[in-house]
Ligand binder design. Structure first.
Ligand code: NAD
Length: 396
């Protein structure tokens, strides 16, 4: 009988690395997550996911029982058939991508790679990174096959979507495509063959497309709001039995570690001539300023204590990476009579106080992350709710 493939996942304790690792383990592969974060490795090996992801703790428990483990040393890579790289690829404070993040991660493990392995790049990358990695390997005399297979899950849906979303496989040869297909088809999903360059752009276009759609909704919301028209009524009317507008998003903070960052990667890739992407960035990143501006027309903001409900970048999540709630907090700290913040899920923010304290001590409340609990929040204080969670309208 053929032995199960052995798979190393580099960055395997991260938000996308861990769900993928345990899912591949459930599909019967021998999987080891290699990660430089000893804290995350420790947590994973004790059966606790380092972050919120529904269904992950249960799947992790099963995976550990089936032999999955996390390690801070990269030794397992040398005996792996398949090596998946899924490290973070952030932009810097000047919005520049680091096209070398993945190349560097590969450089660090290169002594463990061999010609028979399949190297799957899965981070969202600046276009051309697959070629850079191939060049690095060939320069060192390695013939390791390299494919680019982007991750397209949304946080909070990983354990469902990993078993549903088709996998784009950017492979130079049919043989490489077949080898990568064996990995992803084990999750019961369909695969589609492109070149690595097509797959790199497919991932960036996917996220940027969403970012631009949210920007359009946010701009429409501001237009309606400025002219005193109820945006919710307009949106409902547009979507009513009209399938072509079924994906018309609601207004809301468009934030988090991916959409903005990937739009900026594409902007840099197009030599900063990506007018649509830059406009979307100005609209989405401008929303906290717009809200504060509107509030300062309505309230004596300098003497108003403002309470922010929710600091995560999306509803029900503990992830506050690149959350616009923090930008709102920064602006309000400057312009209001004080800001209090709370979030029932976020764990890494020492400034947070309880929801009760925020509600009690604030004159004005802003829902800054759409956690569903705020639908029911009982208070007679004014609440700004651009998501219209409470069904009372999103006007500011
Ligand atoms: N978060 C998402 O929902 C999502 C969805 C699709 C794609 N992506 C993309 O996936 C990639 C990873 O994102 P993430 O959110 O999982 O990031 P993350 O920061 O949560 O995870 C990255 C992990 O890699 C580890 N790491 C960093 N450098 C390493 C190295 N050299 N060797 C071994 N481990 C290393 C870190 O310790 C961390 O645990 C990014 O390119 C991102 O754009 C993310």
């Amino acid at each position: 009988m053929r032995r199960p493939l052995e798979i190393s996942v580099v960055g395997g304790c991260g938000h996308v690395g861990l769900p993928l690792s345990v899912s591949l383990s459930s599909a019967g592969f021998q999987v080891v997550a290699f990660d430089i974060s000893s804290g995350a490795v420790e947590k994973v090996n004790s059966g606790i996911s380092p972050f919120w992801e529904p269904g992950l703790d249960e799947a992790l428990g099963l995976a550990l029982a089936n032999g999955f483990q996390a390690q801070t040393n990269s030794n397992f890579i040398a005996k792996s058939d398949v090596v998946i790289v899924i490290v973070g690829t952030p932009i810097d404070v000047h919005l520049n991508p680091d096209p070398n993040a993945v190349v560097k991660a590969v450089e660090e493990i290169v002594s463990k790679l061999n010609n028979d392995q399949l190297l799957i790049l899965r981070s969202t990358v600046f276009p051309g990174v697959t070629t850079q990695v191939e060049r690095l390997l060939r320069r060192l005399g390695l013939q390791t096959s390299v494919v680019f297979c982007p991750e397209r899950i949304a946080e909070g849906f990983a354990m469902k979507e990993l078993f549903e979303l088709p996998q784009i496989i950017g492979a130079r040869t049919d043989e490489d495509f077949k080898r990568a297909s064996e990995v992803f088809e084990s999750l019961g999903i369909k695969v589609i063959h492109t070149t690595p360059e097509e797959a790199e752009l497919a991932k960036l276009f996917t996220n940027t497309w969403r970012y631009i759609k949210f920007a359009a909704a946010n701009q429409f919301w501001m237009m309606a709001n400025d002219s005193g028209v109820n945006f919710e009524n307009v949106r409902n009317a547009i979507r009513f039995e009209y399938p072509r507008a079924s994906d018309f998003p609601a207004a809301g903070f468009t934030a988090g570690p991916c959409l903005f960052k990937d739009t900026m990667q594409l902007a840099a890739f197009s030599n900063n001539t990506f007018a649509l992407g830059n406009s979307a960035m100005m609209i989405n990143e401008g929303l906290p300023f717009y809200i504060v501006e509107r509030l300062s027309n309505k309230y004596d903001l300098g003497n108003t204590k403002v309470g922010l409900l929710g600091m995560a970048f999306k509803g029900e999540s503990d992830d506050n990476r690149s959350s616009l709630a923090y930008k709102l907090k920064r602006i309000l700290k400057f312009k209001s009579g004080g800001v209090l913040t709370s979030d029932p899920y976020v764990k890494n923010d020492a400034d947070l106080v309880s929801e009760e304290e925020v509600v009690e001590k604030s004159d004005l409340l802003i829902i800054s992350a759409p956690h569903l609990r705020y639908k029911q929040l009982a208070t007679d204080k004014p609440i700004v709710d651009i998501w219209n969670l409470r069904g009372e309208g999103s006007a500011v």
